[in-house]
Ligand binder design. Structure first.
Ligand code: NHR
Ligand code: GAR
Length: 221
């Protein structure tokens, strides 16, 4: 087995729904030959659409249902136990819709990454596209960041930006943001897989080789 096989990083991806970001990560990992394996895809609900695609790719899948657990702590403990079966180097939240407890986040400190559909620190939380339209911002986008116990506030690895256009609805804007998510997220996770990402003492992110960390949407040709 070649050396690169031995040093492959193990990624576990957590989803809650359709899983288009998970699919973009898995396809880029395979097509670009990252030094990484998608060790498992785990969903926070059994009806998450992305599970079927992952299983069809031969990726191990699992689903927990938050409603089966009496508390957030109990759900997070069960989730961590499932994740740890795969001994991941990184745990990637790709459209994961459950807020995680500090105990869970600290267990994966420096190894837990999320994509959030806004240009943080603007619009943390839910309904980010409606928030952007309500505020009247002219630029919107997505942020790939390390997860800390403070929701949507961790150190930023990459961002993607899109214009807000006349006539936008939350759905139109979400689709435009999703297109740039599918660029920024695979790029950022590839840097992680390549071991190029470090946290600085002042809680910022360094990427070895200084690649461009801003991705820009352009209209389809
Ligand atoms: N957990 C911590 N501690 N820190 C972060 O930065 C996190 C996190 C868990 C998830 C993703 C996040 C996003 O990118 C994320 C970041 C869910 C909610 C939420 O309120 C908010 C932010 C994010 C994910 N969820 C509701 C809850 O009660 C449920 C909503 C639903 O099921 O539709 O957990 O936006
Ligand atoms: C993505 O837009 C992601 O940024 C967002 O949900 C969508 C998931 O799509 N995440 C959140 O809102 C987290 N609270 P996907 O399942 O097709 O990747």
């Amino acid at each position: 087995m070649p050396e690169t096989q031995l040093s492959k990083r193990r990624l576990v991806i957590l989803i809650s729904g359709r899983g288009s970001n998970m699919q973009a990560l898995a396809e880029a990992c395979r097509n670009e030959g990252w030094p990484a394996d998608i060790a498992a895809v785990i969903a926070s609900r059994p009806d998450a659409g992305g599970l079927e695609w992952a299983a069809a790719q031969g990726i191990p899948t699992a689903a927990l249902y938050h409603k089966d657990y009496a508390s957030r702590d109990a759900f997070d403990a069960a989730l961590a136990a499932e994740i740890d079966r795969y001994a991941p180097d990184y745990v990637i939240l790709a459209g994961f819709m459950r807020v995680l407890t500090p105990g869970f986040v600290n267990h994966y400190a420096g190894r837990l990454v999320n994509i959030h559909p806004s240009l943080l620190p603007a619009f943390p939380g839910l309904h980010t596209h409606a928030q952007a339209l309500a505020t009247g911002v002219r630029v919107h986008g997505c942020t790939v960041h390390f997860v800390t116990p403070v929701l949507d506030h961790g150190p930023i690895i990459a961002q993607g930006c899109v214009p807000v256009l006349a006539g936008d609805t939350p759905d139109l804007l979400a689709n435009r943001v999703l297109a740039v998510e599918h660029q920024a997220f695979p790029a950022a996770v590839r840097w992680l897989a390549e071991g190029r990402v470090t946290l600085t003492t002042d809680h910022r992110v360094d990427v070895q080789g200084d690649p461009a960390r801003l991705f820009t949407w352009s209209p389809a040709a």
